[in-house]
Design a protein. Structure first.
Lengths: 472, 354
């Protein structure tokens, strides 16, 4: 009995470490996903028109891209190894399916990104303009391909398909590659994540342009950036609301009705089911009725099933059904996190749509640059897609607990049995300290470079060396 | 040959590629305080690997990913066992990545700091990899017969450390120092190149002695598990020893190009010796040879291995082509003696008509 609380805390610490470091990694990923193609568009515009201002902007935003890419790559290193380090039982169980997706990501995508970002940074004078343009597009393509593979792996954990359990070893064995690749959850997740990346990149462009215009600096130069940002942001935000909503239906009608019921804190089935804007209380089995809530009738039925009048199953009914299939147990996720995670993501996402539409309207009326309040809002709004994405991941991952592989392996069964609580406590402390310093430095660097005047395009400097050891 | 056996050696090939490529990057990191006299010079040394170190490091991620895919039990048990050592390793590699990126950006005060970070990480990383890889053969407290829901690693991180495994770590550090010194002897700007060559001549003999020590120890350790002829292990070990002896002579003759090729061959032989010594096991158990984790038991399903084989056959030649092209494009000598540009302003200057 003595070892039991210790074992429990090793699991908790491992979960905190994985969640913390993965969310941290994912802070930088969406910006790379959005900024890489946007920088590629800028360079293409320069290549096509010969207009020097696009070259200056390419270099200006390219610097932000490579700073961000470096942190993404650095924190991604831990991602590759911590499955084995902290989740060895999980790794041994899923390597056959999950590991091969990661390995193919490395071969097909990450290799591409890493090689060509080096060629892009250092190739300005060594490659023909056309070749050099191709390198940034290959980087952008690599980041999107990489996302696709990673989400295929994650979606297999959310909705395990195309495998069987080997009776001799107890391991999952891949049986159908196509089922893994065409996992419907993966397809929704890829669309949702890539659109979110575009939102993040576009809002960064918009915010940085607003900052410069607000100070009356480089206004002429950044005017087309506002336009480019809005052209991307308006459809991306609007489309992503639709995709997110479709994703919810796919989860409810597919593998994870529990996640959707928990996102509403819906204890018992309702027909039709309403959606609460917010509620106080009602998040525990003992206290199922909220003491206060504002509800929109029919909306949950619509969100979960696309039909405003159909029945939505409650958590308790879903749990009964799970118990009949999987045996006794508690199959409820953390309802508080799931409920607020879903709302935080959706509310901030919706706010982003308003910012984008407002920007579009002001731009159309030619008033954007004189609306100082909007310029200030645009700067603040840089943070919206980041926050929305992170909270969205909390929703997605908290909402599938207690499973590490949905309805197949419990999170507590996946942890490394021989790694002690003390060891994880030590590593967690190290990563907290390191990542905090990193975050501050990264933020300061990005801010500093975002506030510089874009470089002159005229070849005033007489050397052909890239910036000092730019790396990457 | 079984597909799992093919993948065991294929993963060995990925490790070898990674260690040859990142090995000279680590060597350059170790050479920073030995070759550069001030921060400007150290910046020039780092520039020799600036464009390529990231592409080199991806081979580690690919090797790690392939290990996960082809031998999930190996991946899980090995990394779990080495937990704290790997935390140190990852922190080192992570800070090293940032040192490349931020050394030139974070202000002059911090340049010296990031140089030291790069050097420290460049020593720590091969040290830990050397220990962790050698420990596979030296023996670890693993229970190869464990089921998926049972403990497979029955010790802690200290079980990775023994005189032999520490020799493994030191041998990679010594080898990479030499490898990096001759690399700079080819690639560094003029004055630094001469100094790097001189340094290579100094480190050649001590480095070779440590490396040969590891080769000899490995043949001895391998022959103690006498289910395969010792000469099989002795062949790659002998190639490695001859290669590094040749590298010493080439360096002393000031032919750093040939010395570099020879140190690269030594790295390949290092990995080949280890993997051939391990075969048919992956992780030798210190609890009894029959408890070792074997290739046959630890491999993924035939289906997955076929998928991985198809992926690798399709992608690896393409990767080699574009990386080779990238190396050729970017490794044209940066023969400038002016100090590196202050990083203000942008990614690079551009001249259209070049």
């Amino acid at each position: 009995m003595e070892a039991l609380p210790l074992a429990a805390s090793a699991l908790d610490l491992a979960r905190w470490q994985f969640a913390g470091t993965t969310l941290y990694h994912f802070t930088f990923v969406p910006l790379t996903l959005g900024l890489a193609p946007l920088v590629a568009v800028m360079q293409t515009l320069w290549y096509r028109t010969g207009n020097e201002q696009w070259l200056r902007l390419t270099k200006f935003f390219g610097t932000l891209l490579i700073i961000n890419f470096a942190i993404g790559a650095a924190t991604g290193l831990l991602q590759e190894f911590q499955f084995g380090m902290n989740w060895s039982a999980y790794s041994a169980f899923v390597g056959d399916v999950f590991g091969s997706t990661l390995a193919l990501e490395g071969l097909a995508a990450f290799m591409l990104e890493s090689t060509f970002i080096g060629l892009w940074v250092f190739g300005w004078n060594r490659l023909s303009p056309k070749m050099h343009l191709a390198t940034i597009w290959l980087v952008a393509g690599g980041t999107w391909l990489s996302t696709t593979f990673i989400l295929m792996a994650n979606s297999w954990m959310q909705n395990p398909v195309g495998y069987s359990i080997d009776p001799a070893t107890g391991q999952a064995r891949m049986e159908n590659l196509w089922a893994v690749v065409s996992n419907p959850i993966a397809i929704w997740a890829v669309a949702h994540t890539l659109l979110m990346g575009l939102m993040t990149g576009a809002f960064l462009l918009l915010g940085v342009a607003c900052w410069h215009i607000l100070r009356g600096r480089n206004a002429a130069l950044f005017r087309p950036i506002v336009k480019l940002a809005l052209i991307v942001a308006i459809p991306a935000t609007a489309l992503n609301l639709a995709v997110g909503s479709g994703f919810g239906v796919a989860l409810y009608e597919g593998p994870q009705p529990m996640k959707i019921a928990a996102a509403e804190a819906l204890w018992n089935s309702e027909k039709p089911a309403s959606f609460s804007i917010f509620q106080v209380g009602g998040f525990t089995e003992e206290d199922q009725d909220p003491s206060f809530s504002i509800e929109i009738p029919y909306l949950l039925s619509f969100l979960a099933t696309n039909n405003p009048t159909s029945e939505v199953d409650g958590m308790l009914q879903i749990q009964d059904e799970q118990r009949s299939r999987l045996g006794p147990g508690n199959y409820l996720p953390n309802i508080y996190l799931t409920y607020w995670g879903m709302r935080g993501m959706a509310y901030i996402g919706t706010l982003s749509i308003f910012v984008a539409l407002l920007g579009g309207f002001l731009y159309w009326r030619g008033k954007l640059e004189t609306s100082r309040w909007f310029l200030r809002l645009g700067i603040v709004a840089i943070s919206f897609p980041f926050i929305s994405a992170l909270i969205g991941w909390v929703f997605t991952e908290a909402g599938r607990q207690p499973w590490i592989v949905y309805e197949v392996m419990r999170t507590e069964d996946g942890v490394s049995p021989s790694v002690s609580a003390g060891e994880v406590a030590a590593s967690l402390s190290i990563f907290i300290a390191l990542y905090t310093v990193l975050a501050i430095t990264a933020f300061m660097l990005l801010r500093r470079y975002a506030r510089l005047d874009p470089p002159e395009a005229s070849p005033a400097e007489e050397n052909d060396q890239p910036i000092a050891v730019a790396g990457l | 040959m079984e597909l799992a056996e093919f993948w065991f050696f294929a993963i060995g090939a990925f490790w070898a590629t990674y260690l040859v490529l990142e090995g000279f990057d680590f060597g350059v990191g170790m050479m920073l305080p030995l070759d550069g006299r001030d921060e400007d010079e150290r910046g020039e040394l780092l520039e020799t690997i600036g464009p390529v170190w990231d592409a080199n490091e991806v081979w580690l991620l690919v090797a790690g990913g392939l290990t996960f895919a082809a031998f999930p039990v190996w991946y899980g048990t090995w990394l779990e066992g080495a937990y704290l050592a790997l935390v140190v390793l990852i922190v080192a590699l992570l800070l090293r990545i940032l040192s490349f990126e931020w050394r030139g950006r974070a202000g002059a005060r911090w340049r010296g700091f990031w140089t030291k970070v790069n050097t420290t990480a460049s020593v720590l990383a091969p040290l830990i990899w050397g220990v962790a890889l050698t420990a596979l053969l030296a023996g670890l407290p693993v229970d190869g017969g464990a089921r998926i829901d049972e403990d497979r690693y029955l010790g802690d991180v200290l079980d990775f450390f023994s005189p032999y495994t520490i020799l493994g770590g030191l041998s990679l550090v010594a080898l990479f120092l030499f490898h990096g010194a001759v690399f700079l002897g080819i690639r560094a700007p003029t004055e630094l190149r001469g100094r790097a060559s001189a340094r290579a001549r100094q480190v050649a003999v001590p480095s070779a002695l440590v490396v040969i020590g590891w080769f000899v120890a490995t043949v001895i350790v391998a022959s103690s598990t006498a289910d395969r002829p010792a000469w099989l292990v002795a062949i790659p070990a002998a190639v490695g020893c001859l290669a590094i002896v040749y590298a010493v002579f080439a360096a002393l003759r000031r032919d750093d190009g040939k010395a570099f090729a020879a140190t690269a061959l030594t790295v390949v032989s290092w990995v080949a010796t280890l993997f051939i010594a391990l075969f048919p096991r992956i992780m030798v158990s210190s609890l009894g040879l029959d408890q070792s984790i074997t290739i046959a038991e630890a491999g993924s399903s035939q289906y997955t291995l076929i998928v991985m084989t198809a992926g690798a056959v399709l992608l690896v030649p393409v990767i080699i082509l574009y990386q080779w092209w990238g190396f050729r494009t970017l490794m044209s000598r940066l023969g400038r003696s002016e100090p590196p540009l202050a990083p203000r302003g942008g990614i690079a200057s551009h001249r259209d008509n070049q």
